[in-house]
Design a protein. Sequence first.
Length: 255
Amino acid sequence: MTTYTTANTVDEFRQHLADVQARIAAACAKARRDPAGVRLLPVSKTVPETRIRNAYAAGCRSLGENKVQEAHRKWQALSSELPGLRWAIIGHLQTNKTKLVAEFASEFQALDSLRVAEALDKRLQALGRSLDVLVQVNTSNEASKFGLPPDEVAGFVKQLPAFSSLRVRGLMTLALFSDDAAKVRPCFVRLRNLRDRLRQSAPDGIAMDELSMGMSGDYALAIEEGSTIVRVGQAIFGARATPDSAYWPASGEHG
Ligand SMILES: *Cc1c(COP(=O)(O)O)cnc(C)c1O
């Protein structure tokens, strides 16, 4: 197990961000990819506002959060103080929380139902806003994971042009939790292959460029397999006290 040290000060955040960017660059070099094609999304779930201020001072301009209410509370507390900070919702959403997301998020990476698409679109239209979205795919075939089964994604994506305030950009996944690359890599390959196929069949206005895959434990591997967005929490902010089972149902495969 990797241990993740906590960043508190601005300097510690600078160091952690530089370390992660260096590992991203190394993974890109190994895969002969341009590092400009990989976006780092720092994930600040459970992190209190005081430390988010320091992360911002160290250069963070976007943050991923798994829980809508937590994200919305932080946005309310920080938005006037930290201009230009963008919020990405990366966790499963219930229709009754779409109103909050429409209000403040700039990105939603976990779209997996037409009900949520419809509710979000309605809220966004009312506010005159639009939102970048990624479709979440369950590439690990674990019943406990959110996201659409891969074979349902093409049909789902065909319905999305009906929701004009959603700008569909690509796909997102959570790989199997394991230290064994031989188990994790196929999840990333599955998402990339699916994206490549959907590029041929996706309707007009639906972009299939982004692949949001890779977290603290597996982002180098994800980059080798084509990731364009890595969602990194603990390697930047430090180990979380809250177990991940509070965010996703337990998968039974923790490495
Ligand atoms: C928490 C979370 C991450 C980041 O995980 P780390 O282990 O902190 O890097 C990435 N994606 C999602 C959906 C998350 O909930």
